[in-house]
Design a protein around this ligand. Sequence first.
Ligand SMILES: [Zn+2]
Length: 448
Amino acid sequence: MCEICNKKKQGTWLRRMKGGVEEGSGRCKKRGSSGLWIAMLFLAFLCGLPLPASAREMVIALDPGHGGGEQGAVCYGIQEKDVDLLMAKLVKVELEQYDGVRVVLTREKDERVGLEERARRACVAGADLLVSLHFNASVSGRSKGASVYISTAEETLPGLRVLADHLLGQFEALGLENAGAFARVTQLGGRRADGSFDDYYGVLRHSHNYGMPAVLVEHCFMDNEEDCVWLGSTKRLECLARADAAGIASCYGFARKDGRRVRALHARVFGATSRGVEMQYFKAPRLSGIRLLSYDGGTPGIAEYEVDVEDRVGIHSLWLVYRGSQGKTMTVSFSLQEPLVTGTHRVSVYVPAGVALDQYTLCFAGAYNTAGYDVAYNRSGDTFVGFGKCEWQNVFPYDGEADLAVEREAGIPEEYASMQQEKLRQELRKAWEKRSLRYRSFTPGKSR
Ligand SMILES: [Zn+2]
């Protein structure tokens, strides 16, 4: 077994997976270690960076988000899945300007690829790092900036923090707001073998299970007036792609083929949201109680809750995940007109049609405050088992009582999803008309 790459030396390879190992055939690319290579590995280890495959080549899997019937964010007729794919192609071109890098894509066309399949494809291609490429959207249209999500797995967290720092430094230099770097755990209670909670983002979770460090980049908000200019032309997207490549290259010390130096840029605001820095507020909100007071069961139904919160700047949205029989989950989101500050509040929310809320169990609750921080809790009985997402290292005050294992993940009901999508579409249309901005035409797939 090759200790560096987790592969058997003679012709077959082996990867650690959930519930066992996967075996395949092919040469172990990660053999060969000169003195220089050992020194580099040691240096990388000291800096907490993920170890590249070899001194000569690091394989990076770029993962364009969504695809096929899954469009991702849709703003003003532009579908995120198309922009993500175009971005991946542009980033590949940029990364190939560097020595020692091989780039693979988890999808090269408009197809729906499952989250595990993305990680599997990257793993089969021998990837040492997976970078999932996305664009964000918020219903309000007010959120803006670039954010980087990294896997919460302890082994890779320090190295990925460094990568997030390099990436956000590049985005800041472009003038994008730094919306923060986050490590976020699952809302479904799934655990790793060591007892820690799984990653929230499926592609990060599966990548970890396949033995690859992974990050997810949300470049900017497609529905934000300031951010959307980045989607207005292929030229602008190329700037973002150059930033992605430069961030990765400076983090891992790649040299440009043309001899030009790539400068490492570090995030000015790191581990905090820029909104938080502006407001001089660095705390995630807290939820200490949620009670369902009434629910009319109508179509759509209105549910009234009482919530206990602790937050000085105010919570602007809340979300609850309910689990029904057979592991089905349903999310109820609240957007609050008046931010909730410390105290007990009554809030009402629409619940999708035909949901027997009393037959669901509240298993997860989350809140965002106006400083851009959020908190989320797994819930067992009346106990919250929580973490603050804005913390680098999520802390679990877990005492062994909550068993939140779920058999399988289930999406939100189709009906509810399409209702939410329609709502989003309408809100965006309204927001767009109000702003009377003209969007430049954009043809996904037509690069360079
Ligand atoms: Zn996305």
